[in-house]
Design a protein around this ligand. Sequence first.
Ligand SMILES: Cc1cc2nc3c(=O)[nH]c(=O)nc-3n(C[C@H](O)[C@H](O)[C@H](O)COP(=O)(O)O)c2cc1C
Length: 224
Amino acid sequence: MNVENAEPSLLARLRSLFILGRGVLKGLSEETAGPDPLALFTEWFDDAQRSGIYLPDAMTLATATKDGRPSARSMLLKGFDERGFRFFTNYESRKADDLTDNPRAALVFHWPRLQRQVRIEGLVEKLPEQESREYFATRPRGSQLGAWASDQSTPIDDRRHLEESFREHEARFKRTDVPLPPFWGGYRVIPEAIEFWQGRANRLHDRLRYTLGDDGWTVARLSP
Ligand SMILES: Cc1cc2nc3c(=O)[nH]c(=O)nc-3n(C[C@H](O)[C@H](O)[C@H](O)COP(=O)(O)O)c2cc1C
């Protein structure tokens, strides 16, 4: 990650001030939010990306074991559409073990500069291997080798072990493209509920929670 990218341009700063001001002053009404939470998420995600926020695609992913013990970690969103929200990881990691036993998850985005939060809950499915292969192919070679080198979430004796494993895979795939590891790929969170939180004055924040029923999405306003 280029650290220079962490410094937003003047235009991005102005844009973020404008979006923040409009959000805090005018708030999130049912009319402006509309009936489709995906359209609203698209708008907010776009606002976050254009506001010069560092890692606007960073989100918290919460999972739980079968007996309900939760854990959470930061992840990067790697695409979304009407089917759901995609992320990629190691299929033998702690989160993956959770998702095998209990295929439900929650995602949280927080964009402090815009005084906004989005919470997403739903069932989780593994992506088809072809989709993971296509995404893996777009990653930098170093990240691809890093995926092979790391038995994510398992204890290791020391860092040297990891670096040796990286070098071994570098030598192994010296003359070829790095293939998708069989233990690595994506998941999709299929949303059943999406809540938008817009910060307002005097803690009278706006909260709109969309839930999916047989007749599509319905929206309710929640007390902050
Ligand atoms: C900003 C940020 C983004 C991250 N994105 C990912 C990601 O997209 N995929 C991933 O496997 N780990 C990602 N990580 C690492 C995870 O937070 C976590 O350490 C790792 O996935 C192991 O989690 P687990 O042991 O609960 O399975 C990210 C960490 C940070 C701080």
